[in-house]
Design a protein around this ligand. Structure first.
Ligand code: GDP
Length: 296
C-alpha cells in the first residue's frame, strides 16, 4: 500500500518530537528537515514539498505552539492539517446533472487502468442506486472495445458500441441518445488512450467534449508512474480541462508522491482511488482518512 515508507519516516520524526517536553526553534528546524527528506523520497513534487515545509514551519514556530503544554502534539496536528489541505481538503464528490441524466467522460493515457476503472465506476454507481451505461469510443483498437464489453459483462452493465464508425464524437452522441431513451441515468464514456499526450488525442477529446458536454471529465492516472502522472494531469487539464482525477494502482505504489502532489500542482482533486484489479477495488478519496493513515 502507498505511503508505507513515508508513514514510517514521519512517525519516527514525530516520536522524537513527542518525547520532548519543550521544543526549541532548532528542534522544529531539524524535524522539518527530516519531513522534507521523507516527502522528497516519497517522490512528492519538489515545489510542493518546499511550500508544505515552509507553511508547517511558520505555523509551528508561533508562540502558541512552542509555549503550549504539548508542543510536539501541536506540530503533529499542524502537519496533519496541512496534509489534508495538500490532498484537497474535503472529499470531492462527483457532480450529477440536475436534470437527472449525467455524463462522465473518462480520459487518460494507455495502460493507466482507464477501461478497468470505467467498469469499477459503473459498479460503484450501481451500488449507489444509479443505472449506468458504458460507451466505447476507442476507434483505433478493436481490442479496446472487446475489453470494455468484457468489463460491462463482469459488472452487468450494458455497453454501447458502433464498431464501424470512425468518429468518436458521433459514437458518444448516439450513446447519449440511446442511454436516455432506454432510461439509464448515467453514461460513462471510455475514450482512446495513447502512450503520451499528443495533439491528435487532445483534438479528438475536445471534439467529444463539445459534442456531449459531460458533467465531469475524469482523468485516470497510474500512481505508480509518480511525477509522470502529475505531469499528465497538468497536460490534460491545460488542453482539455478536467474536473477530477481517479488515481489507480495505489495498492502497488509504495511511495505515494503522485497522490500528494496532484491537487497542489493542477488544482484538480483526486475523486477516487483504485486499490486493486477487481471491480470493487475503487474508493472515494478522503484526504482526512489518508492523512491519518500516513501519520498513523
Ligand atoms: P487502459 O489501457 O488505461 O484502459 O488500462 P486497463 O484498464 O486495460 O488496465 C491496465 C492494467 O492495470 C490491467 O491489468 C488492470 O487490471 C490494471 N489495473 C487497473 N487498475 C488497477 C488498480 O487500481 N490496481 C492494480 N493493482 N491494477 C490495476
Amino acid at each position: 500500500m502507498a505511503f508505507e515508507s513515508l508513514s514510517d519516516k514521519l512517525q519516527g520524526v514525530f516520536k522524537k518530537l513527542k518525547g520532548k517536553g519543550v521544543l526549541t526553534e532548532a528542534d522544529i528546524n531539524e524535524a522539518m528537515r527530516e519531513v522534507k527528506l521523507a516527502l522528497l523520497e516519497a517522490d512528492v513534487n519538489f515545489k510542493v514539498v518546499k511550500d508544505f515545509v515552509s507553511s508547517v514551519k511558520e505555523k509551528s514556530l508561533g508562540s502558541d505552539v512552542l509555549e503550549s503544554l504539548t508542543p510536539g502534539q501541536q506540530v503533529i496536528k499542524i502537519v496533519n492539517d496541512e496534509l489534508v489541505t495538500l490532498m484537497g481538503g474535503a472529499n470531492s464528490k462527483l457532480t450529477y446533472s440536475p436534470r437527472g441524466f449525467t455524463i462522465f467522460l473518462m480520459v487518460g493515457l494507455q495502460g493507466t487502468g482507464k477501461t478497468t476503472t470505467c467498469g469499477k465506476l459503473a459498479n460503484y454507481l450501481k451500488k449507489n442506486g444509479k443505472k449506468p451505461m458504458l460507451c466505447a469510443c476507442d476507434i483505433y483498437r478493436p481490442a479496446a472495445i472487446d475489453q470494455l464489453e468484457v468489463v460491462g459483462k463482469s459488472v452487468d452493465v450494458p455497453v454501447f458500441t458502433m464498431r464501424e464508425c470512425r468518429e468518436p464524437e458521433i459514437i458518444a452522441e448516439k450513446a447519449v441518445k440511446e442511454a436516455e431513451m432506454k432510461g439509464y441515468d448515467v453514461l460513462i464514456v471510455d475514450t482512446a488512450g495513447r502512450l503520451q499526450i499528443d495533439e491528435a488525442l487532445m483534438d479528438e477529446l475536445v471534439r467529444v467534449k463539445k459534442a456531449i458536454k459531460p458533467h465531469e471529465i475524469l482523468l485516470v492516472v497510474d500512481a505508480m508512474t509518480g511525477q509522470d502522472a502529475v505531469n499528465a494531469a497538468a497536460g490534460f487539464d491545460e488542453k482539455l480541462g478536467i474536473d477530477g482525477v481517479i488515481m489507480t494502482k495505489l495498492d502497488g505504489d509504495a511511495r505515494g508522491g503522485a497522490a500528494l502532489s496532484v491537487k497542489q500542482v493542477t488544482g484538480k482533486p483526486i475523486k477516487f482511488i483504485g486499490l486493486g484489479e477487481k471491480f470493487d477495488a475503487l474508493e472515494p478519496f478522503h484526504p482526512e482518512r489518508m492523512a491519518s493513515r500516513i501519520l498513523g
